[in-house]
Design a protein around this ligand. Structure first.
Ligand code: NAP
Length: 308
């Protein structure tokens, strides 16, 4: 990518897309192309083709997708499978047909088998059964990876597939029904503090271990790989470090300044016991995450206070 390259960021209003735009702008890339969902429905093949024929982007970050928590996946399986298949198929095909030089496809670590060894290596893909609650989304993302590999094999199209771990940061979704655990805990402890409640209830036993990557680190990694990685095999993006939900809750309680007690509701599902990815490949390519969990949560809470 040159500073004046035409770069299309699909999903630029989302958590990942907006962070990638921030990163590109701060790195001096001024020729960004973006379209809101209301301007361009990426499920519409003809509109996507017309858009690519009209704008002729050189590089594409595919960060548009139907994304959500367990409840959303469970109640809207068609949207999570069909829409994600349509979005990625339309964009990859139009990108190839319109001479895009390179495309970065964003997947997620839910592609990996539910019970695979930890930390999760890239080669564990398709070696076991998926977590049922988000299988629709996972299958769509696996199809996206295979599509990128197929276009590279048949046409030599330079598409790379990036698999980030759980992300958090400014621009996150704080809706308690559809958000991920970290932003949900920030909101719960904040509301507990301002309402002076005696306790905050955290779903599950607090025992599971999870990994969290700060969104601006993620965006930096995506731009780094767009510049330096050109291979068919997938790349994990993360910190390689995990924390228990209990440690996470304690940390957020401290940062928010909630004075009451934490109560764990073990009647709620824990999900898998441990989920951390192996980042040896990413680190060997020359990239390492920079933002500590406490610093990232601090910045995210400041953003929440300013924006919610
Ligand atoms: N968030 C995470 O923790 C996480 C972790 C790993 C990987 N990822 C990956 O990162 C990518 C982006 O996720 P995110 O967290 O940034 O999600 P997000 O905040 O929900 O952003 C997705 C964006 O895609 C847009 N979009 C959805 N359907 C569309 C359509 N038919 N036409 C046009 N635009 C459409 C959405 O616009 P509207 O909101 O207007 O519909 C939204 O702006 C996904 O591929 C996901 O797999 C995310």
């Amino acid at each position: 990518m040159e500073r004046n390259s035409k770069i299309y960021v699909a999903g630029h209003n989302g958590l990942v897309g907006s962070a990638i735009c921030r990163r590109l702008k701060s790195d001096g890339y001024g020729n960004l192309i973006t379209r809101a969902h209301s301007q361009l429905d990426l499920c519409n093949e003809k509109d996507v083709n017309d858009f690519f024929a009209e704008t002729k982007p050189e590089y594409v970050f595919l960060a548009a997708a139907v994304v959500g928590g367990i409840h959303a996946n469970d109640t809207r399986p068609v949207d999570f499978l069909r829409d994600n298949l349509l979005i990625q198929t339309n964009i990859i095909e139009a990108a190839y047909r319109n001479g895009v030089k390179k495309l970065a496809f964003l997947g997620s670590t839910c592609i990996y088998p539910r019970d695979c060894p930890q930390p999760i290596k890239e080669e564990y893909l398709l070696t076991g059964s998926l977590e049922e609650t988000n299988q629709w989304y996972a299958i769509a993302k696996i199809a996206g990876i295979k599509l990128c590999q197929a276009y590279r094999k048949q046409y030599g199209f330079n598409a790379i597939s990036l698999m980030p771990t759980n992300l958090y940061g400014p621009g996150d979704n704080f809706d308690l029904l559809s958000s991920h655990v970290l932003p949900a805990l920030i909101r719960k402890f904040h509301e507990g503090k301002i309402n002076n409640t005696k306790e905050v209830v955290v779903w599950g036993s607090g025992k599971p271990f999870r990994e969290f990557l700060y969104i601006d680190d993620m965006a930096e990694a995506c731009c780094f790989l767009m510049q330096h990685y050109n291979d068919e095999s997938i790349v994990n993006i993360g910190t390689g470090k995990d924390v228990s939900i209990r440690e996470l809750a304690d940390l957020i309680k401290e940062i928010v300044g909630f004075q009451g007690n934490i109560v764990f509701d073990s009647s709620k599902p824990d999900g898998t016991t441990k989920k951390v990815i192996d980042v040896t490949k990413l680190n060997s390519l020359g990239w390492q995450s920079k933002t500590s969990l406490s610093a990232g949560i601090g910045t995210t809470y400041d953003w929440y206070l300013r924006n919610q």
